[in-house]
Design a binder for this molecule. Sequence first.
Ligand code: HEC
Ligand code: HEC
Ligand code: HEC
Ligand code: HEC
Ligand code: HEC
Length: 270
Amino acid sequence: MRQSATNRFCVIACSTLLLLLTILSPAARGQEETVCIQCHGPQPGKGGAPVKAWRGSIHADNGISCHSCHGGDPNDAANAMSPARGFVGTPQEAGIPAFCGRCHAGIMEDYLKSAHGRALGKGGPTCVTCHGAHEVKKANLELINEKSCSRCHPYDRAAGIKEAMRQTEGLITDIERKIERFKGEGVDTERHEKSLFSLRNRYHRLFHEVDTAKVKRESSHIQQELNTINQTLENLDERNRRRKIAGAMVVGGLLVAALIAHLLKRTYDD
Ligand code: HEC
Ligand code: HEC
Ligand code: HEC
Ligand code: HEC
Ligand code: HEC
């Protein structure tokens, strides 16, 4: 009897431990310890630096590892970097857009059309000039800054694009907050979420062409549509407010009626 209780305790303790290990292990967080990471991690200098930079990147968080970009065999240390196992090595500068564009096709297309893409290999920036290769973070407008964008030309053309985009981004954030609040109150916001989603995507497709006139034109269309959503949400807010006031008035009215009834009753009773 005692024996089986101890056994049962062991089974429960061991499974809990295993479960914890699984949850906490790098593999479970999409950061599987491949042979690439095991061998490169401890290397000094250029061999190990990519591993440190990659940890904490948006790619690591989404399970995009060394072999997803460089190819090769992540499970066989002896043949990991063999071309026969799909290893493609490090891209030349002119090959970087296609290297990243395998997964970011729409952005590569916009980039190749742009003044930047046309200057590829002739002093124009590539994807890694702005995003880095291993330390890639979630993108936002802070990537447009004086230090990064005045390396090759005056900053004012960058500032123009940033200003046009910032207004739109502000509106998007505003509407996101409103929708969150309405959802918390149980209002059906699905239709608005869908329109916001597609407008947000259209907005995030604007940058890589670096065509200031187009950004301004498109931004103003997008802002018009965002304002329509915003207006609908505001009307909804106003209706809720009126409903609350009406509710409060009904309750107040009932209270007053009850009080009068009470007073009348007392007068009659006296
Ligand atoms: C998102 C794609 C991507 C991922 C993921 C990635 N790399 Fe890279 N890696 C690149 C690119 C692009 C370059 C070339 C950078 C350049 O030319 O500036 C590069 C360059 C390198 C180099 C050459 C560095 C040098 O200075 O010569 C090594 C070594 C390397 N990567 C190893 C790794 C290892 C190890 C991992 C996994 C921890 C990894 N990479 C993950 C895209 C990636
Ligand atoms: C057993 C150790 C070891 C393993 C496993 C390993 N590498 Fe390497 N790797 C090295 C060394 C050492 C170098 C530098 C020497 C050289 O350039 O040949 C290197 C160089 C590189 C480079 C830069 C040079 C080039 O050819 O572009 C990249 C990129 C790279 N490794 C990616 C990977 C990827 C991806 C994996 C897993 C699929 C991997 N490595 C697995 C040891 C390893
Ligand atoms: C094997 C596929 C793959 C390759 C190759 C790849 N990425 Fe990614 N990238 C992803 C995935 C998956 C995400 C995360 C989901 C998302 O946001 O799209 C991501 C996210 C990003 C983001 C953040 C997007 C955001 O929402 O803010 C940037 C920036 C980015 N990648 C740049 C690059 C650059 C630069 C390269 C080349 C050095 C590259 N990627 C190569 C798959 C890839
Ligand atoms: C001149 C600098 C620059 C270059 C070159 C560049 N990007 Fe970007 N990228 C940015 C900026 C700035 C943003 C943020 C724009 C925004 O907030 O909409 C961004 C956003 C992104 C995003 C996120 C888009 C989204 O939907 O949120 C991805 C993915 C990305 N870039 C990948 C790439 C790839 C792949 C290349 C090469 C083909 C590239 N970038 C070239 C500056 C650059
Ligand atoms: C590595 C160099 C380099 C960097 C860094 C760079 N650019 Fe450029 N940019 C160029 C070149 C080259 C051109 C095209 C030739 C010209 O107009 O000077 C250009 C052109 C432009 C144009 C004009 C496009 C047109 O169609 O007239 C804009 C806008 C621009 N860049 C914005 C930016 C922004 C924003 C950043 C920072 C996120 C940036 N650039 C970073 C090299 C660079």
